[in-house]
Each structure stands twice: as C-alpha cells, then as structure tokens.
Design a protein around this ligand. Structure first.
Ligand code: VG1
Ligand code: CO
Length: 625
C-alpha cells in the first residue's frame, strides 16, 4: 500500500499489509510510462520533465512538503552497527546491499537534521565511482526527494571527488552533500562501500550530527521515499519531478575554477612544459582519473602519458586505492627506478589524499604540510597575505609546529579526522593543515584535497625554478625537503599499521595501554627515554567547546620523541592498530639517515611497551609509512 502526501492532510499512517518492500519501490517491476522516461539522446544541459503524479495545492506553510510527487512510506526496523567512524559509515558492499541498510542510514540522517537544513533545499551528490555507487545514487536521490529536498546536483555518472563535493557545496551555496565512497578502502563486490555527509560549509558532519544519526538508526521505523523512476545520471541536464529536480553536472568545472583562483596556473604550466622536468601522476583507477587529464594535461600542459591509471573503475583495477609506499607500488617503483621522473604523485579512492615523490625520494606527509606552509606565501597566490593559522592532527609529526613558531602563527592540534579542522577554518583561525595519513589541505574548501596538494608542490617547484635557464640544474623535490630540514630540523616519523587484527586482542591492547597511562609518572625511564607525560588525547574545540576524548594514547618523552597508539575508525573488518613514532633531530649531519634506522630504538620500545605481539599475534605490520 502506498499513499501520497498532500498538504493540509492529516499525517500519514504507516501502511499495514502487505508491507511494501523498499527494493520493489526503488525498482518498480512495471516500467514507468514512456512519457516519464528521460530522453537519453540529449547532448547538453537541458530540461527534462516528468509527468507529475499528484499535484498538491500551493503551500501555505513556510516549509512545504514535497509537491507533485508521490511519496511512499516504507516501514523499517533498526539495524545494528550503523555508527559513523573517522570519516563516514564504511562496511562491506554486501552489508550495504542488505535490504534497507543504506536507506535506513539516509533516512536517519534526514531525521537528524533541522527541517530548514534540507526542506526545499539544495544537496550535492558525488562519489568515487566504486561498485554499488550507481544503485546507491538512486536510493539517495529518491529518499532525499521523499523528505522534501528541492534539488540535487549530481556529478555525471555519480562521479565527484570528496574535495570537489566540498567545493560545489560552497560554490553553489548548497545545504550539504553526500559522498559515496569508502575512500582508500578497496572496492568491488567483495570489498568496501561507504557514505559521508558534509555540511553547508562543505565540512564533514561533526560528531554532534553523526552521533544523532546513529541514535536515529536505533529507533527508525519509517523511510520516506519518492515514487519516481531511476534518474539518468549519464548526461548533463535537469530532470524535474513535480517540484523536485535533479541536475547532472560536470564534476570537474567548479573545482577547476577554484584551483585556477588558488594557484598561478601559468607559473605551473611553465614548469610542466619544460623539457627538463618530467611529471607523473597515478590516479590509481580512482576518482582523480576524471580530474587529472582536464587539469594537468588540458590546462597545465603535462603530457597525456604522464597520467597513469587515469580511468575510474568500479574495483579500482583490483587495486587498493591508497597512495602509500605499499599500495602505490607501481609509482614508487617508477620514482625509485632508473631514469626516474622529477616529480611523482598519486591520490586515493575519493581524491582527498596525496602522496608526493621526487626522483628516488619520498616526502613524508608530515613534512609535506610543513613545507607547503613554509612556502605558501611566496609560491601560491591564495596565500599571498600569509596563512592565518596552521593545524595538524595529533599523531602528525611536529614538523609543522616548527614552521608555526618561525612564522609566529596560531597553531592547533586536533584529533585524527578532517572534521575537526572545519570549525577553525569557519572561524577564520586556520589556513593550512594536514594529517600524517597523506591528507593535506587548506581553507579553500573544508576537506583534504589531493590535487590541491600536488598543485601546491608544483607551485613551490615552479616558483623555485622560474628563473632557471635551459640546461641549468633545477631545484628538485629532495632539495626543497633537505633545505627545509636544514632550516627547521628533521622530525623523523613513521607509522606502522597492523590491518584487520582480531578486534578482541586489539581492544585489550588499547585497554592495557590506557591502564599503563593512568599509572605513569613523569620522569619514569623507558629504555633510554625519560617520560614527560602519557595520556589519552582529549580535544576541546576552541570554537564551539565540544569535547572529543579517547583520541589516541600517547607517550611523550623529554627529548620530544613520541609514541602514539590508536585504532583505526575507517576499517570495515576487524581492527586496525596504528602506531605512530616520531623523533626530532636537529643535527644536519644525521638528516640523510633512513627513517626506519633512525627510529629503530623507538620502534622497538613502542612494540615492547604495548606488548603488541602478545595481544594481536602479529609479527610484522601490514603497511609501513
Ligand atoms: C584514517 C586516517 C585519518 C583520515 C581518515 C579518513 O583514519 O588515519 O587521518 O582522516 O582515514 O581519510 P583512521 O581512523 O583509519 O586512522 V579518507 O581519505 O579514508 O576519507
Ligand atoms: Co580519501
């Protein structure tokens, strides 16, 4: 049984029997009338109209209910475990494909927002092109329409990177947006799917909202879904259903315009056109495949063969779209091989992470953000007035802190996860920030931004080399980094990841460490290190006063060395243990040491303090950064 919502009508009762199943409603077995099908042959932006099923009288209320479309109410029951992690809700695709799984979460989200935040409002929908995005997009569109959203802007074929969604939300003054992505997690029928929700400033929903969504998933009883056919997302154009509409947009153009306003494109183009500078970018078969050619090749003059894996694929070509030394092995081999290019970069599933490499040289992300911050004012027009403030996530190395001191800027240390930077940016306190996990960005949007980081590095190199004549030796990536170390000192940094451990052992290890912290005292000896303090990191947001606790166990020693332990909040199976190790080295003569060698005593200490092997049974990490 279905019913239509009409204005001034009493609130609808839940249907009794037979119970309409959401899958049926999403994909009705009877095809829609011909007159309501989108013309597939349109070539450019065009208005597509649909016959309305119900046309309600004009709205007397300030916030109108959906008009001109039939809304079905589908009864549902709560599903366990829909708690958002570090960045969105991530599970195996098979979990998301269970009946009502995604629909429950989307409806719970609308139930958590104030009506004025979405009724008749504008939302953006993007994604990284992974398996299940196409079906998911239709579910999200129909539930948004069912809840009274006025319009949805969707990237063509459902593609739009996380940074681009943030840019479009801001540029088009949307109320918010969805990103269909499990980011750096692998995709395909056996792997992961995920969904993130961003706010009107383009920032990931804060914990106050995600906690509310989780609460609502535990009490949900009804899904409101519009009875409209699947929307054709393959062509730009507008489709109308009553007073709800869907506009399919080019996922690149708003973002490209923003990049043009942030960077000096002609300066970068000069560098990329030099015969003595070779650039490569690995899109890892993920979303930046859609951005790399229009930006690096078409606008900045890079050669077309400088882009590898440049077509987004549903399973990322069986790859793990995580740009690090383990999963971006092909690029690493090229950059460490014979006749290596001068600059190499990669980004992740949804385009918000970046890895930067020089010829035979890896830039650790903690150094990358510090170097960008130190050079931003000179090399990037957006920062010509100087950055307002700098910030990093707690486990990120203190490299950025040293730049902050030198530039005499406000500085913030936040928990892991980009959502903690947004408030600081909105309050005008923060311009450039980063995470050790290959995330770098600025207040041009409210997400970390992979292509932005690549353009920032190209800007620094272009600026340093702008007066170099043909044949003169160029300033290289490693020159820039080594010069930075010589000025500021080097923060040796490494992260050990133990992916998909048994949850029980991993949780026990963290409990054990918390207990150790509660008993620890300053001045205690840990091998040759003397404890300054140990705690479980708590952050109080200086803008809204919200508190995030239990954000990572840290042991900080008197020489500034740190060992940090936390469990990942982005995995979809078991528990991933992350150990972060850092040590400062002011002595230039030691800066060329390999990080693993320099950090060996501290790494051994980290493993023995935590009894990691006893708790998890793991001998070796899955990924070392
Ligand atoms: C990881 C990173 C964190 C990052 C998050 C989302 O979280 O450590 O720094 O913000 O992924 O990145 P966790 O909880 O697994 O450590 V993305 O590119 O996956 O959205
Ligand atoms: Co990502």
């Amino acid at each position: 049984m279905t019913f239509s919502l009409r204005l001034n009508a009493p609130p609808p009762l839940l249907p009794r029997s037979p119970t309409p199943r959401l899958n049926k409603l999403l994909h009705p077995s009877t095809p829609p009338p011909l007159s309501s099908l989108s013309p597939h042959l349109l070539t450019g932006p065009a208005l597509r109209t649909h016959s309305s099923i119900v046309r309600a009288s004009s709205s007397p209320a300030a916030i109108a209910e959906p008009e001109g479309i039939k809304i079905n109410s589908v009864p549902t029951t709560p599903i366990e475990g829909q708690k958002t992690g570090t960045s969105g809700l991530r599970k195996k695709v098979k979990v998301f494909m269970q009946e009502n799984y995604l629909a429950n979460w989307i409806q719970a989200l609308f139930n958590s927002l104030a009506p004025e935040d979405y009724k008749n409002g504008l939302l953006v929908l993007g994604g990284d092109g992974r398996y299940f995005n196409k079906e998911a997009a239709q579910i999200i569109i129909k539930i948004a329409a069912g809840n009274g959203v006025g319009k949805i802007l969707v990237g063509q074929d459902g593609i739009m990177s996380t940074p681009a969604v943030s840019a479009v939300i801001r540029n088009r003054k949307a109320n918010g947006g969805f990103i269909m992505s499990a980011s750096h997690n692998p995709g395909g029928p056996e792997y992961d799917w995920g969904i993130k929700f961003n706010y009107s400033s383009g920032q990931p929903a804060p914990e106050s909202i995600t906690d509310k969504i989780y609460g609502n998933t535990l009490s949900i009883s009804e899904i409101k879904i519009a009875d409209i056919p699947d929307v054709n997302l393959s062509l730009p154009g507008i489709t109308k259903y009553g007073n709800f509409s869907v506009e399919v947009i080019d996922p690149v153009s708003d973002y490209l315009e923003l990049m043009k306003s942030v960077f000096d494109f002609p300066l970068i183009k000069n560098l990329l056109s030099r015969p003595d500078f070779r650039f490569v970018f690995d899109a890892m078969h993920a979303v930046t495949g859609a951005y790399a050619k229009p930006i690096f090749v078409d606008k900045l003059g890079a050669s077309p063969d400088s882009i590898s894996n440049g077509v987004p694929l549903e399973d990322f070509g069986h790859g793990h779209p995580d740009p690090n030394l383990t999963y971006a092995k092909d690029l690493v081999n090229i950059m460490y091989g014979n006749n290596a290019p001068d600059f190499g970069a990669a980004s992740d599933g949804d385009g918000d992470r970046n890895m930067i490499l020089g010829k035979g040289f890896f830039v650790t992300p903690s150094d990358s953000v510090a170097i960008i911050a130190a050079n931003a004012q000179a090399a990037i027009p957006y920062f010509q007035g100087g950055p307002k403030g700098l910030a990093r996530s707690m486990p990120t190395s203190g490299s950025l802190d040293r730049v902050t001191q030198k530039l005499n800027l406000p500085f913030f240390e936040v928990p892991t996860g980009w959502k903690f930077f947004g408030n600081l940016m909105d309050a005008g306190k923060l311009s450039i920030c980063g995470e050790e996990s290959f995330g770098t960005g600025s207040d041009h949007i409210r997400e970390k931004d992979g292509i932005w980081a690549v353009l920032a590095w190209l800007s620094i190199l272009a600026f340093r080399n702008k007066d170099k004549k043909p044949g003169e030796k160029l300033v290289s990536v490693s020159d820039v980094v080594k010069e930075h170390w010589a000025t500021y000192g080097r923060n040796f940094f490494s992260r050990y990841d133990y992916e998909e451990c048994e949850s029980e052992g991993a949780n026990k290890m963290i409990d054990y460490l918390r207990d150790l912290v509660s008993k620890s005292k300053a001045g205690e000896k840990y091998g040759s290190y003397v404890l300054q303090f140990a705690d479980d990191f708590t952050y109080t947001d200086p803008v809204d006063g919200s508190v995030a606790s239990k954000q990572g166990v840290r042991f900080v020693f008197t020489d500034g060395s740190r060992i940090i332990y936390r469990l990942s909040g982005t995995g979809s199976a078991g528990a991933t243990v992350r150990i972060y190790i850092e040590q400062f080295e002011p002595d230039v003569s030691k800066h060329d040491m390999d990080a693993q060698i320099a950090l060996k005593p501290l790494i051994d200490l980290a493993l023995s303090i935590s009894k990691l092997k006893d708790f998890t049974g793991r001998e070796k990490p899955t990924v070392i950064t």
